[in-house]
Design a binder for this molecule. Structure first.
Ligand code: UDP
Length: 452
């Protein structure tokens, strides 16, 4: 038997969970671990095909079924969460059984409490990874208190306006609690259940997360050492900077396009892996970008609009009018884009990974949240760190072109926002350098994993 410690790493099957856990895997490799990375079969195929054979030959990739048919959507989080909890436990148990004595640690996403139960049953020591803001985990730990205090009812539904965990911690509108920000009831219930179980399951454990101490100071002061930040976990902070784990293949040619733009001139527009907007909104966004008169790089992911994104989805002659100035891609190497000197600002849905990536690169935000924790992240960006401005839908639920143009101008003219963004960037980079808080946290956590 080899003496290297061997981690079995298991993300919840969504893009924003696979990417940071893949990054953590690279940091474990650097520290002498072997890593087996476990995806669903469906995501495994996507990741491997997006890598076009250029993947890591050091990380062993494994996969098990998620219980959904090949044509079924993986964007329905309620259905996905139910299906994996029903179908994945047995294959996970079998994998661990077949490779008994091989894995010394099981590192998984807190979104799958059932997976921890299996690892414990199979006597593998576990590490819990929380993929969103640490402030949210702190809220989950207080769900019972929120119910007792009448802020939410036992189903997580709204009662009062805001809750504040402690003095110094930013107040959160109960409208922005993540389970209340879903468009369908099944997803809302599934997410509330998961948050509740997360709080129960991990109340006594140390949970690691993709954040850094200086970013959510009041939370880490309250919850040290239970919530341990080890981020930012970004490919661009590794020496080879190869980003792995994308579900779509990255159009790297856009970096050459960015090379030809002026410093701090380009608006980067991307909404992560789940957001879907209607055609009316798609038109307003397209026209808003056009009318800023500025260069823009826009990720139009397959499935981004209701219905297909074909030529008809764009305003008439849009592509001709913005030729050379507007660049559309289906999936970008986002971390490398945000690191590029030509980027001026980020129109973002505020997924936690996008948030951390923007923060680490000192890029100011225009926030446009879609669902889940993105509203909580928006509050951090606009009200706590004050490194961005919010875009607000009108009474018909549409963000109009006029607002997009006006907010871009306001953001780019705001020197205070720029300097706060750069200050956070400095702190993010410092935290992962030798002697920095996340660097030390990561090393002590890895030492602990080796030690017992
Ligand atoms: N991403 C990417 N290319 C794109 C858009 C997004 O590589 O064109 C990556 C992005 O860098 C981030 C992840 O996809 O790491 C999205 O995660 P996030 O938490 O921001 O949003 P989600 O997809 O979960 O809504």
């Amino acid at each position: 038997m080899s003496s290297s410690p061997h981690a079995l790493v298991f993300p919840y099957p969504a893009q924003g969970h696979v990417i940071p856990l893949m990054e953590l895997s690279f940091r474990l490799l650097d520290r002498g671990f072997k890593v087996t990375f476990l995806n669903t079969d469906y995501n495994h195929e996507r990741v491997v095909s997006a890598m076009k054979g250029k993947g890591s030959n050091q990380i062993r990739m494994a996969s098990i079924p998620d219980g959904l048919g090949p044509e079924e959507t993986r964007s329905d989080l309620g259905r996905l969460t139910e299906s994996i909890a029903a179908v994945m436990p047995k294959p996970l148990e079998n994998l661990i059984m077949e490779e008994k004595n091989k894995f010394t640690r099981f590192i998984a996403d807190t979104n799958m409490p059932w997976a921890f139960a299996i690892a414990k049953k199979m006597a593998i020591r576990t590490v819990a990874f929380f993929p969103s803001a640490a402030g949210l985990l702190a809220l989950f730990f207080n769900i019972t208190k929120l119910i007792e205090n009448g802020i939410i009812d036992e189903n997580g539904l709204l009662k009062e306006e805001t809750c504040q965990l402690s003095l110094g911690v930013n107040p959160v509108s109960s409208l922005h609690l993540p389970w209340n920000c879903f468009h369908d009831e099944l997803a809302r219930k599934a997410v509330f259940q998961t948050c509740f179980k997360t709080a129960e399951e991990f109340a006594e454990e140390i949970v690691i997360c993709n954040s850094f101490e200086e970013l959510e100071k009041p939370i880490f002061e309250l919850y040290s050492p239970r919530i341990k930040p080890i981020g930012p976990l970004l490919a661009t902070l590794r020496s080879d900077a190869a980003s792995i784990g994308s579900f779509w293949s990255q159009e790297r040619a856009c970096i050459t396009w960015l090379d030809n733009q002026l410093p701090k001139s380009v608006i980067y527009v991307a909404f992560g892996s789940f957001t879907v907007i209607n055609h009316k909104q798609f038109h307003e966004l397209a026209l808003g970008l056009e009318l800023t008169g500025r260069p823009f790089l826009w990720v139009v992911r397959p499935g981004f609009t209701e219905g297909t994104v074909d030529e008809d989805a764009y305003p008439l002659n849009f592509k001709e009018r913005v030729l050379g100035r507007g660049h559309m891609v289906s999936w970008a190497p986002q971390q490398h884009v945000l690191q590029h000197p030509s980027i001026a600002c980020f129109i973002s849905h505020c997924g936690w990974n996008s948030t951390i990536e923007g923060v680490t690169n000192g890029v100011p935000f225009l926030s446009w949240p879609y669902f889940g924790d993105q509203f909580f992240d928006q509050d951090y960006i606009c009200d706590v760190w004050k490194i961005g401005l919010g875009l607000v839908p009108d009474e018909n639920g549409v963000i109009r072109r006029e607002q997009i143009i006006a907010k871009v101008e306001e953001l780019l003219g705001d020197e205070d926002i720029k300097s706060r963004s750069l200050a956070l960037k400095g702190m993010a980079h410092k935290s992962v350098k030798e002697g920095g808080s996340s660097f030390e946290n990561l090393n002590s956590f890895v030492d602990a994993m080796r030690g017992d």
